[in-house]
Design a protein around this ligand. Structure first.
Ligand code: AMP
Length: 222
């Protein structure tokens, strides 16, 4: 049987987290829990959370810690996450969220905290060509030669550019990333819990680096 994993993935928007999470999720048979995807789904469905989060997301700011912690606490208590594990993508984003997560996972700590490291310039270029299926979340890279409307190979849904992938919003999110996530990297780094993986290579190479890092972390914990 393939062992599950409890993983936190940190990285600039556009570092390739979405792609790697999908692959890791299949490989380890664990849910990919993206708080950004959860919030966007809530916005689409017009739930109370979605209505409260809509403007915050559009402006590129962060949703409040309390709301986010409750959302993740609830998700991690579901069967798939408690039995096999999870890949957290987009959470924690602040030290307050990291502390809350440590408390939530005290009995079953995460195996690895991975910082997928890609330089800012490369990230900006990747994001401007990033497209995503509105229904199943499969990621695509636009070449500019696509037929429109563009449908998803996996589920047939609409492939679109995310509303918050405009250059202005992306720049603001990258600035936010530097200021708000730096303390998070410090939080895990200073505790010897951070593994940096170089993400500026092909998806296959990065995936191999990630699984090697995860398996080393699991061996160290067992
Ligand atoms: P992402 O898809 O991870 O880039 O998230 C998109 C947007 O959702 C972010 O710019 C934030 O506004 C919001 N968001 C996602 N995760 C979090 C989080 N852990 N804490 C606060 N806001 C979040």
């Amino acid at each position: 049987m393939i062992q599950g994993v409890r993983l936190i993935l940190i990285g600039r928007q556009g570092a390739g987290k979405g792609t790697q999470c999908q692959r890791l999720s299949r490989h380890y048979v664990v849910p990919h829990i993206s708080t950004g995807d959860m919030l966007r789904a809530a916005v689409r469905e017009g739930t109370e959370l979605g209505n409260a989060a809509k403007q915050v997301i559009e402006s590129g700011r962060l949703v409040g810690d309390e709301i986010m912690i409750e959302l993740v606490r609830h998700r991690l208590s579901e069967d798939d996450a408690t039995t096999r594990g999870y890949i957290l993508d987009g959470f924690p984003r602040t030290v307050t969220q990291a502390e809350a997560l440590d408390a939530l996972t005290a009995t079953k700590p995460v195996h690895a905290v991975i910082d997928l490291d890609v330089p800012r310039e490369l990230v900006l270029a990747r994001i401007s060509s990033r497209r995503v299926c509105r229904d199943c979340g499969t990621n695509y890279t636009a070449s500019g030669r696509e037929r429109h409307p563009w449908t998803c190979d996996t589920c047939g849904g609409d492939v679109v550019q995310r509303d918050d992938d405009t250059e202005e919003s992306v720049s603001r999110r990258l600035d936010l990333y530097e200021t708000q996530t730096a303390p998070l990297l410090e939080y895990y780094g200073s505790r010897g819990r951070l593994t940096v993986v170089d993400g500026s290579a092909s998806p296959d190479t990065v995936f191999a680096r990630m699984t090697a890092a995860i398996e080393a972390a699991q061996r160290a914990q067992s």
